[in-house]
Design a protein around this ligand. Structure first.
Ligand SMILES: Cc1cc2nc3c(=O)[nH]c(=O)nc-3n(C[C@H](O)[C@H](O)[C@H](O)COP(=O)(O)OP(=O)(O)OC[C@H]3O[C@@H](n4cnc5c(N)ncnc54)[C@H](O)[C@@H]3O)c2cc1C
Length: 470
């Protein structure tokens, strides 16, 4: 009897704590498969940074599978059905994804391959709590984070203990070359993402190392240090979590065992925010397309390509905003505090729709994640279900003074103003000619004048908000 099964990798690109792999390992042979399926939004509209990360991940996963990963491009159902027929497969396993079009496609695929007399089973590898399991007392889903996490998550089953990679595994490569999916990014030298090569190590082993390094170094200061972008107090595991190179179950339990006090509580609750984003995505499948608070559909957003471009390029004239945008461009990552400051600036000072910012982050972030990105943008914009109120506007001057007091972060990403004294580095336009000249700066040439007046832009945003609140 043919005892070969298909293991379909998706956003679970690892061997550790992989429930579908554990099930597949009960068979004699496994056909490991990855499909780049352009019918799905996540591949059709994949951001360049994510695409780079994905290709690196596939190369690394294939290495971990003794070069046996079958990497194909095409329609998932067609590819899987063909393999089923040609190889006389009876079992197909995968771990679940939660994007709305993926859920629909998986449901259809399961139904279709079951008709071929195949047993198809999916597992949970990427969320600590399935989004449909957490309900409030009236049986509805949660719209506010704190009760979601404290009453919903923490008072139901605790996340399961992670499982180890099975010992005996026999993988089959059906396709001699990865000729169906063409790797696009590996040889690019001059593109903006080429620099990621020097910064990021993309593999399951690297994910484990980076998290371990955080637990040994940054974790003891997490609760405070996480607010200061020049400190190494955050884990930087978000992209690995997104593609599943590290299991959230492993992260949760390691953090629980190795962190302590308020640092542990805060870190676990940040993982909770990730769960909350998926909970919202599941229950509001249009979260990346529509304001959750419908009153914002009436807001008179500003449409200005010129201002948008200055924001994208980190040329707003507000150093903390520009440093954040340059970090994103240079590294494919942006510290959480900076994500909040730059997003608030776009939406509330430039009054540009959050969708524009969400799109730019989607293209540039290595951790671009449909649930986290759109829920976070709606949170900052004030349009989400549990969001910072619209009238709470991050002040791009005092945020810098408070969270980058010595301007280490600003100086790192804005070398052109590095010589300004701390007193003026958050507000170069207030420095007199002599100070600017000592720092080798001609405003408007080396570094821009502010593109808006902070006080009046704030007032304009509040007025626009008042109009839709009546
Ligand atoms: C406008 C905006 C856009 C964002 N877009 C994304 C995105 O596309 N992908 C993404 O993973 N995160 C996004 N975030 C959330 C957060 O900024 C990142 O998860 C975090 O900065 C990743 O860095 P880290 O791994 O060092 O985080 P750590 O502080 O070490 O946290 C550990 C993990 O917890 C989760 N987490 C932490 N903070 C949040 C949060 N606020 N919301 C949801 N999950 C969180 C992440 O999975 C993170 O890797 C966004 C936030 C904002 C304000």
């Amino acid at each position: 009897m043919n005892d070969t099964c298909i293991l379909w990798f998706r956003k679970d690109l690892r061997l550790d704590d992989n429930p579908a792999l554990i099930e597949a390992a009960k068979h004699e042979r496994i056909i490991p498969l990855f499909i780049f399926d352009r019918n799905l939004e996540e591949y059709n509209k994949i951001g360049e940074a994510s695409h780079w990360w994905l290709e690196k991940s596939l190369i690394s996963l294939s290495e971990d599978l003794n070069q046996k990963l079958n990497i194909l491009e095409g329609d998932s159902l067609e590819i899987i059905s063909n393999i089923i027929k040609e190889e006389k497969i009876k079992h197909v396993y995968w771990n679940r994804c939660y994007e709305p079009d993926r859920i629909a496609a998986d449901t259809f695929l399961k139904k279709e391959i079951t008709k071929l007399n195949v047993f198809a089973k999916s597992f949970n590898s990427s969320l600590l709590w399935e989004p449909w399991k957490i309900k409030n007392k009236s049986g509805n889903f949660y719209k506010v984070f704190t009760p979601f996490f404290k009453k919903g998550c923490l008072q139901t089953d605790q996340p399961r203990i992670p499982c180890k990679k099975p010992k005996e595994l026999f993988f089959l490569k059906l396709f001699k070359e990865d000729n169906i999916y063409q790797f696009k990014f590996q040889k690019s030298k001059n593109k903006w993402y080429a620099k990621f090569e020097k910064i990021w190590n993309v593999s399951e082993a690297a994910a484990k190392n980076i998290f371990n390094n955080f637990l040994e170094n940054g974790a003891s200061d997490y609760n405070v240090g996480r607010n200061f972008p020049s400190k190494n107090s955050v884990s930087k595991i978000s992209a690995y979590l997104h593609w599943g190179q590290i299991s959230p179950f492993r992260v949760w339990h390691e953090a629980k065992n190795r962190m302590s006090g308020s640092h542990k509580e805060t870190f676990l609750s940040e993982l909770g925010w990730r769960e909350f984003s998926y909970h919202l995505l599941y229950h509001f499948p249009k979260i990346n397309k529509q304001n959750l608070k419908e009153q914002f559909n009436k807001l008179d957003w500003n449409v200005s390509n010129e201002l948008l471009l200055k924001w994208k390029k980190g040329k707003t004239g507000f150093p903390i905003v520009d440093a954040g945008m340059r970090e994103l461009w240079k590294t494919g990552y942006m510290h959480n505090r900076l994500r909040m400051i730059t997003a608030s600036f776009l939406v509330k000072n430039l009054l540009i729709h959050w969708k524009e910012g969400e799109k730019w982050f989607w293209d540039c972030l290595l951790d671009a994640d449909l649930a986290n990105n759109s829920a976070s943008w709606q949170w900052v914009a004030g349009t989400g279900s549990d969001a910072a109120p619209f009238f709470r506007i991050f002040n791009p001057i005092t945020q810098g003074q408070k969270f980058d007091k010595d301007a280490l972060y600003i100086r790192k990403y804005l070398p052109e103003i590095a010589k300004l004294p701390n007193k003026f580095i958050f507000t170069p336009w207030l420095a007199d000619k002599e100070i600017l000249s000592d720092a080798n700066i001609t405003l408007g040439l080396d570094y821009p004048y502010p593109i808006i007046d902070y006080i009046s832009s704030r007032k304009k945003a509040l007025d626009a908000f008042k109009k839709i609140s009546n």
